[in-house]
Design a protein around this ligand. Sequence first.
Ligand code: PXL
Length: 280
Amino acid sequence: MKRVLTIQDISCLGKCSVTVALPIISAMGVETVILPTAVLSTHTMFKDFTVKDLTDQLIPITDHWKKENVKFDAIYTGYLGSAEEIEIAKKIFDEFGGDDTLIFIDPVMADNGKLYPAFDESYAKLNAGLCGKADIIVPNITEACFMTDTPYKEEYDEAYVLELLDKLSKLGAKKVVLTGIGLSEGKTGVYGLDTETGNKIIYQNDRIDASFHGTGDIFASVAVGALTRGLDLDTAFKIAADYTADTIRATLDNPAKPWYGVDFETTIPELVDTLREYTK
Ligand code: PXL
């Protein structure tokens, strides 16, 4: 069985980061090892959340794994809590990475033109440095703007997307994939570039007029699971985008939906069926 390491926080309540990555990647038939960067009572969109930082645990935990000679087929980072954790993530890439290990970075820090409460612009620059070590990065437009010093635009055209991709490529990642990109009215999806071949990775879906927390983590987790199971980039991102959209639709159908996340639990069986079709 393939094995993924995911490095991100545990938001105990909130349906994001580890509490979506672990069930989703496991359901996709991939062993999921977690390295928690912090434990929060909830994600940071709640008021008065508590945080216990775990930076001092990261090196002892990974040193133990080294002694056990643990190897990973992929390392997937999401929400990291501090500058120091970004530096430690780089070290972990150096120690556990290599030609057979996919480094997949979702530089979680911002959305809708704004940084999340815990972060500032210097953190965004450090995240840009981390992205330089990746095989694949999946920022949204806001994160791409903060990492490349580009003014954020709510309304944009393809030339703006291409300019962002060009600037992201210069950070050094091999494949740069922007998420939440709609190329025409009523659509959304991904627009990416393989910097080695020049090939574009484009997938568009119907846009659902609703915004939920945690959907980026769900999208990234499915993409990591699919890539680790051996699917190609276009297929992995299609499955991830379709699953995220179906999950948002299922959530909208639930009159008792929580405000803080989506009902990915309802759609996991569908994801498992889809993956089975593609891996037959
Ligand atoms: O979904 C991204 C995320 C992960 N973890 C924490 C967050 C957020 C987004 O706000 O607050 C703690």
